[in-house]
Design a binder for this molecule. Structure first.
Ligand code: CA
Length: 228
């Protein structure tokens, strides 16, 4: 059975969530503060954590950091609309996704099942990565879009590989830069814009209205596999 840990101090959010997730067939453990959350993570198997960021006692981002020191369990942060800084921090210390309060329960459930699916089905290093019309053979260093080989310099290839390995996940600009350009990119994020623009011109039907590499304002990008 899939176990979801809810960390939420507000009963008005915790109770309905507990009810909805149980009805969906999940086993639910619900706690109201960060210390209890860490205790649960250390003592029982958890498949996913729904983590409110504004908690009494230790903060949600601190909980996220501590969990990541010991576990790869998927973490979805739950935030207020104006918590952008915390969301960026949370994503950079290893949270997988976020939702903003007030959220649509249906959207949250969809997000949860997408993340669970992804965490069970992580691609192997040598495998062909596929998202929508894009096929990447990492070993042969080849990219095909709608079946046609596309020329791709190394950086673009690495950037696309990172995107394809993390579909449906928000990747902050800082994360992408660190991952693809290394730690020493000195804050010049224009390079990233240029590379994303080139990638879009190669993979999107309409690069001016991207449907695959989607910009998440103020945060970064999310790769959305097109619906077949
Ligand atoms: Ca709260």
């Amino acid at each position: 059975m899939t176990t979801i840990l809810i960390v939420e101090d507000e009963e008005a959010y915790r109770k309905p969530l507990e009810y909805a997730l149980t009805r969906e067939g999940y086993k639910v453990v619900a706690v109201a503060d960060g210390d209890s959350a860490l205790q649960v993570v250390r003592s029982e198997w958890v498949d996913l954590i729904l983590l409110d960021l504004m908690l009494p006692g230790i903060s949600g981002t601190e909980v996220c950091r501590k969990v990541r020191e010991e576990s790869d369990v998927p973490i979805v942060m739950v935030t207020a609309k104006d918590d952008v800084v915390d969301v960026v921090l949370g994503l950079e210390i290893g949270a997988d996704d976020y939702v903003t309060k007030p959220y649509q329960l249906r959207e949250l459930l969809a997000r949860i099942s997408a993340i669970l699916r992804r965490s069970r089905d992580l691609p192997d290093a040598g495998k062909v990565l596929q998202v929508g019309p894009i096929e990447m053979d990492v070993g042969r260093h080849e990219v095909k879009v709608r079946g046609a080989l596309v020329d791709m310099p190394l950086r673009e290839f690495e950037l696309l590989e990172y995107f394809l390995r993390n579909p449906e996940r928000v990747l902050t600009r800082g994360q992408v830069m660190d991952r693809v350009w290394g730690e020493d990119w000195y804050g010049d994020q224009k390079t990233l814009d240029v590379h994303v623009k080139r990638l879009r011109s190669k993979i999107e039907d309409d690069p001016h209205s991207p449907k695959i590499i989607v910009t998440v304002r103020g945060l970064g990008y999310r790769i959305i596999p097109p619906v077949a």
